[in-house]
Design a protein around this ligand. Structure first.
Ligand code: SAM
Length: 274
């Protein structure tokens, strides 16, 4: 049996790809960039000469030490040893400064990192991110309603960002090669909560309830979450078919339903948040 590399360490060895990933950030000349998981510096090296400031956050002590030594004469590059999921990204930059994010993400924690980035986007800290992940996850993040891959991750991502699916790399672009293909996404953070008239924590929790079980209709998922049939029929907007599944709906009717349930007063009172 093949052992999975420690910390998701599949290093990028395709030279054209590392330039294409950095190019996807646009002109970072005046920007501060946070790189997640620089590894041996495949992306770091290209970006270091282009951006105003680069802060690279690496969990692995020996890799962080290697990079600190390698970039010792480039003061615009700061290597931070630490776990991205335990790091408040705001503390890495002076107050009021915004950043872009880049990274060939460690695949074992991709969803958690995305959730962290959505929160940082909502807080106005992160403008844009160019991130590589397992192709199947990228397909889910960028899927449109009604297609097979659309689900909670897609809805959550698209509440927070405009998502562009840029390109896909084969396992041979990495060493050691992973068992999966990898896709690069560009995210422009533009949270839609205010525009859709919903409050972030409540709506995120509502989305989790709506998508709880893929096979169930939206109504059945909401009943399982604690709404009564009467509450649902009183609040149900005419724009949503009674038998609809959450996977088939765009964010506008989902937000309409949430607002309608909130207005009837049943939302906060009877629905447990997860
Ligand atoms: N950027 C390099 C490249 O493209 O070759 C390495 C990418 S590799 C897929 C993922 C990197 O993330 C590894 O260097 C790994 O040590 C690092 N990493 C894993 N978990 C991490 C975490 N929780 N916080 C920060 N870095 C992490």
């Amino acid at each position: 049996m093949k052992r999975k590399p420690k910390f998701g360490q599949n290093f990028l060895v395709d030279d054209a790809a590392r330039y294409a990933i950095v190019d996807a950030l646009g002109d970072p000349g005046k920007r501060t960039i946070i790189e997640i998981g620089p590894g041996h510096g495949a992306i770091t090296e290209v970006l270091a000469g282009r951006c105003h400031r680069l802060i690279a956050l690496e969990l692995d002590y020996s890799l962080a030490a290697e990079l600190t030594f390698r970039f010792r004469d480039q003061p615009q590059v700061q290597i931070v040893q630490g776990d991205v999921l335990k790091t408040d990204l705001r503390t890495l930059v002076p107050e009021g400064e915004t950043v872009d994010v880049i990274g060939n993400l460690p695949y074992y924690i991709t969803s958690d990192i995305l959730l962290q980035l959505f929160a940082a986007g909502s807080a106005g800290l992160v403008h844009r991110a160019v991130v590589m992940m397992q192709r199947e996850v990228a397909d889910r993040v960028s899927a449109a309603p009604g297609v097979r891959d659309y689900g909670l991750l897609s809805a959550t991502a698209q509440m927070n960002a405009q998502v562009e699916n840029l390109f896909t790399l084969p396992p041979s672009a990495f060493s050691p090669p992973p068992e999966v293909y990898s896709t690069v996404l560009r995210l422009h953070f533009a949270p839609r909560f205010t525009e859709l008239g919903v409050e972030p924590a409540g709506f995120n929790s509502f989305l989790r309830q709506c998508f709880a079980q893929k096979r169930k209709t939206l109504q059945n998922n909401l009943r399982a979450a604690g709404y009564s049939p009467i509450q649902l029929s009183e609040a149900w907007p005419s724009s949503i078919p009674v038998q609809a599944r959450a996977e088939s709906l765009t964010l506008e009717p989902m937000a309409e339903l949430y607002r309608s349930l909130s207005r009837t007063g049943v939302f906060a009172a009877s629905v447990p948040t997860q």
